[in-house]
Design a protein around this ligand. Structure first.
Ligand SMILES: N[C@@H](CCC(=O)N[C@@H](CS)C(=O)NCC(=O)O)C(=O)O
Length: 224
């Protein structure tokens, strides 16, 4: 049976969602984050040298990196489901969003998390105002304008697409679910201004397979 090494409140939930969509049996090995640093525990390094989650083990095969895991699962068990036909625009969009989710969007959302946390980090009282100022400046210059730009790009794309690649849910939607949840959590008021992003996210959250994944894996998002 496929084993999922699942860190609480993490990207790993989308792997559980994919497994639920494929109706495959799986076992979850749960890991708690460090309460102070939010980092993964050392035990994960025994599964994969980077010590991150998700990682799956399927027989003798160990796979890390959520995009690679999702592609492995749909290639191996999907029987053509969840991947658009090769050579079509939908397929090109699929490839694009499979790379974009972790390669372009997540870095700014991670930076936002780090910058917000700089302001909240424990420090001597005389240093705190400086840390707050640095945090605010970095959010203002680096994180917020880029997050806004990505938000607008995604909202526009979803104006003309029901799912990210067209009329059908694909693995690209599953992959995009985590950065979009992070966008909602960290993107602030921008999000509410897009009915299309909201429609997409409501459709994701309404899928029985997604709900089963959250029931088994726990809440998705680490709060800032
Ligand atoms: N790009 C990788 C990122 C893996 C990653 O950073 N996972 C986070 C969970 S959201 C993690 O393990 N964080 C704990 C840590 O860095 O110690 C993927 O998509 O799998």
């Amino acid at each position: 049976m496929i084993k999922v090494h699942h860190l609480e409140m993490s990207r790993s939930t989308r792997v559980l969602w994919m497994l639920e969509e494929l109706e495959l049996p799986y076992e979850i090995v749960k890991y708690a984050r460090d309460r102070e640093t939010s980092l993964a525990p050392k035990e994960l390094e025994a599964i994969h040298p980077l010590g991150k989650s998700p990682v799956i083990v399927d027989g003798n095969t160990t796979i890390a990196e959520s995009g690679a895991i999702l592609e492995y699962l749909s290639d191996t068990y999907g029987k053509g489901r969840f991947v658009p036909e090769a050579g079509t625009q939908a397929y090109r969009d699929y490839r694009y969003f499979m790379h974009y989710a972790e390669g372009s969007l997540m870095p700014y959302l991670l930076l936002k998390l780090v910058f917000v946390r700089i302001a909240k980090a424990p420090a001597p009282f005389f240093v705190r105002p400086i840390m707050k100022q640095i945090s605010s400046k970095l959010q203002q210059i680096v994180a917020d304008p880029n997050i806004r730009r990505h938000h607008d790009f995604l909202a526009k794309h979803l104006e003309t697409h029901t799912w990210f690649t067209g009329d059908q849910l694909t693995t690209a939607d599953i992959h995009m679910s985590y950065p979009i949840e992070a966008l909602v959590e960290r993107g602030g008021r921008d999000f509410t201004s897009s009915p299309h992003l909201k429609r997409w996210l409501d459709a994701v959250r309404a899928r029985p397979a997604f709900r089963r994944a959250v029931d088994r894996g726990g809440p998705i998002m680490l709060e800032v």
